[in-house]
Design a binder for this molecule. Structure first.
Ligand code: B12
Ligand code: SF4
Length: 447
């Protein structure tokens, strides 16, 4: 059996030529995990194509029996295009991932089969069914508690294109319920954990001293996190992961993070408006504690990458306009910005749709870089402008050099990370300007 697995591009996540080979993203685990789940007895030949890291060349490809495509909202249109292409070449096309899970009926129109949610059991089942000519249109299993997942087939990664530190997954899902987040909505990312012994074994097999956890929230299940970190201490690793801002106030957990080698955290601070945080179910973020939280991380040599979302209903224009300066003041090491996005199939999407506030249903614009809804207090064009100004200011050389000076790690690393992100943003803008697809038409009318 010949299988092709594809991670399609979107407006931002796409191959940028040689630049993509030098400053790539984290190595994504979806395709290599699906490859590892292919049953051995099928003796399948498996090819992978990540359109964010490789230049696609489909014409030269041989024909495949099964083509599996993963997608998020912003890459759904591209996924459907690829699906039509491969179906026309006789392949059996399977769609899975965040968007098909939240929008299975839509995905079904473009695929032979849709896998909803996690696929540790369903994907191997589908392939076995396909082999005997009995593949179903929909596969959906709900998982809970512990879920074993094989070590990803990292041997199938392209040679260049990703950050060199290996990525790993320990727990999926999240126990929080932030209103704008799709985790915990539908079965996309169920709260399941991998057995700790399996995670440790995988880390040891990687023969590495550095690792990046891709878990949406490493500290979601505090008991699990503490046990995992305790087990990591003797491995003397350096690791990075996503964690909530309040971990610094959980003494035991924070101490274990430090002792097990945490060197960087990605924190969803999201907003400088406490009202926005409260209304989004993110009360555990307290704006007046941000500076202290970052100071606590820095005191232990831990770098803080902070994520911010612009466009909540309680965001005032004044707070929004000051975002870049406030990020500068609280000493974030690497800021990430997104525009509030009502991902299709999510509660926020239903809510905005019922209020008639959606501006477009072109999913390619649902990439957190475009305003796709009507904000409460400002026009869509104003929000788009504030977002662009925030990025420009935050990635100006003045801000980048400030961050390099306060970085708890090496100045060079901070400069590399910040300049790399600046370069990615600039090339994405340039490409988009070339395509003249900047804003949905309704937004342009408001400019
Ligand atoms: C790591 C990560 C990234 C990495 C790697 C991306 C990747 N595609 O692998 C990077 C940083 C590059 C990234 C980028 C983006 N991401 Co991201 N990312 C994640 C994160 C935290 C983990 C994904 C992961 O690797 N999980 C581990 C693997 C093994 O699990 P998995 O991907 O879920 O796959 C399993 C199942 O879903 C299923 N499955 C998935 N695909 C398929 C396909 C087939 C055929 C089958 C059978 C099964 C199947 O089987 C797998 C095994 O169980 C998720 C949130 C989460 N799930 O925890 C967000 C998430 C997927 N990302 C999201 C977003 C919005 C983005 C960006 C648009 C952000 C941006 N503005 O740049 C880009 C888009 C990139 C793109 N075009 O794909 C959203 C998607 C929301 C949506 N509905 O669209 C999520 C859900 C985060 C969130 N809370 O909102 N991301
Ligand atoms: S804490 Fe993070 S991952 Fe968890 S629900 Fe909130 S935004 Fe999503």
């Amino acid at each position: 059996m010949k299988i092709l697995l594809i991670l399609p591009r979107d407006n931002i996540y796409r191959y940028h030529g040689i630049a993509s080979k030098i400053i790539g993203p984290y190595a994504p685990l979806t395709l290599v995990t699906l490859a590892a789940l292919v049953p051995k007895e099928l003796e399948a030949q498996i090819d992978l194509l990540d359109e964010g890291a490789q230049k696609p060349n489909y014409e030269n490809k041989t024909n495949y029996d099964v083509v599996g495509i993963t997608c998020v909202a912003s890459s759904a249109n591209r996924a459907y295009e690829l699906s039509e292409y491969w179906r026309s070449r006789g392949a059996f096309v399977v769609l899975g991932g965040a968007h098909p899970t939240l929008m299975p009926d839509e995905a079904q129109q473009h695929a032979d089969s849709v896998v909803v949610g996690l696929a540790e059991e369903t994907w191997p089942q589908l392939l076995r069914d396909f082999k005997i000519g009995a593949a179903q249109k929909r596969y959906h299993t709900q998982y809970s508690g512990e879920l074993a997942s094989p070590a990803p087939r990292r041997d199938l990664f392209p040679l260049f294109g990703y950050l060199p530190a290996p990525t790993i997954i320990a727990n999926r899902g999240c126990n929080n319920h932030c209103a704008y987040c799709v985790i915990n909505q539908s079965d996309y990312s169920r709260c399941v954990v991998r057995p700790i012994s399996e995670v440790v074994e995988e880390i040891q097999s990687l023969r590495t001293r550095r690792i990046i956890f891709l878990d949406p929230n490493l500290a979601s299940n505090r008991e699990y996190a503490k046990n995992l970190l305790q087990t990591l201490i003797p491995l003397r690793l350096k690791w990075m992961a996503s964690a909530p801002s309040d971990v610094v106030y959980d003494r035991e957990l924070f101490e274990l993070m430090v002792r097990s080698g945490c060197e960087g955290v990605l924190i969803g601070f999201e907003s400088f408006s406490q009202a926005s945080l409260n209304r989004s179910g993110k009360k555990f973020n307290q704006v007046n504690q941000y500076k202290e939280i970052i100071r606590k991380f820095h005191a232990h040599g831990i770098v803080v990458s902070g994520c911010f979302v612009l466009g909540f209903d309680d965001d005032t224009p004044e707070v929004l306009a000051r975002t870049a300066e406030t990020v500068y003041d609280i000493n974030i090491d690497l800021p990430r910005y997104a525009i509030l996005t009502p991902f299709p199939g999510s509660h926020l999407f239903t809510h905005f749709k019922s209020e008639g506030r959606l501006l477009t249903e072109d999913w390619s614009l649902y990439d957190s870089q475009h305003v796709v809804f009507r904000p409460k207090h400002i026009s869509p064009a104003q929000l788009q402008q504030i977002f662009t100004d925030t990025l420009k200011k935050s990635f100006s050389y003045r801000h980048i050099f400030h961050r390099a000076q306060i970085a708890p790690h090496s100045l060079i690393l901070s400069l590399m990370a910040n300049l790399g992100l600046r370069e990615t943003l600039l090339s994405a803008w340039k490409e988009e300007a070339g395509q003249a697809q900047t804003l949905p038409v309704h937004v342009e009318e408001n400019v």
